[in-house]
Write a protein that binds this ligand. Structure first.
Ligand code: FE
Length: 195
């Protein structure tokens, strides 16, 4: 262990102690949010999406108040900034970016992919979203469909609710969840039709 690591461990321990001592947080909240962060992954996003695909009332609650709808599934989000979920439809396709840095719904999806933080993605997502997703991911968004680019910030995070692919009628929630990829939740890809 080098000196810098030692310093950061001591700084973290001191900061934790201070937050608890001042009553800002308690041990239980800290350990719950630590556990939530460890469990966060794109698979959890898939779970939320699959529930919305099979349950119209859940989908409505998710679009209305994503944080509380996600917590219904036992996924703990307290302490993270509010999260909005935007639905892709026949008329609108959503793409998420953080133009400033790398804001991302980490408590749900885990750490953002490296490309999400790149200067190239952050600038071109705003300037030329259609060209970007076509070149980088082979995603073709029909010209008649509107593209909406959302800026995730420190105060508000976004996730995409992708369209359910055709050919998945009657599938179980678990099987549907397994189809959803990290890139679908950011809006740079769309789920392929299942044949
Ligand atoms: Fe950011």
């Amino acid at each position: 262990m080098n000196l810098a690591e030692l310093d950061s461990d001591r700084l973290l321990a001191a900061f934790r102690g201070l937050l608890i001592g001042k009553g800002v947080l308690n041990e239980e909240e800290l350990s719950r949010s630590g556990a939530a962060m460890d469990a966060a992954s794109p698979a959890r996003g898939g779970q939320v999406v699959a529930r919305a695909w099979v349950d119209a009332a859940y989908r409505a609650r998710l679009l209305d108040n994503a944080t509380s709808a996600i917590e219904e599934l036992g996924i703990y989000l307290t302490g993270s900034p509010p999260l909005g979920v935007l639905e892709n439809t026949e008329a609108v396709h959503n793409i998420i970016v953080c133009t400033l840095c790398s804001c991302y719904p980490r408590m749900l999806l885990g750490y953002p992919p490296l490309w999400y933080k790149s200067a190239g993605y952050r600038s071109r997502a705003v300037r030329d979203p259609r060209g970007l997703v076509r070149e980088e991911w082979g995603t073709v968004i029909p010209p008649e469909k509107k593209v909406r680019v959302l800026d995730s910030t420190a105060d508000y995070r976004w996730m995409v609710l992708p369209q359910r692919p055709r050919g998945t009628e009657g599938w179980s929630e678990e099987r549907l969840a397994g189809l959803v990829r990290e890139t679908d939740l950011i809006g740079v890809t769309v789920l392929p039709e299942v044949l």
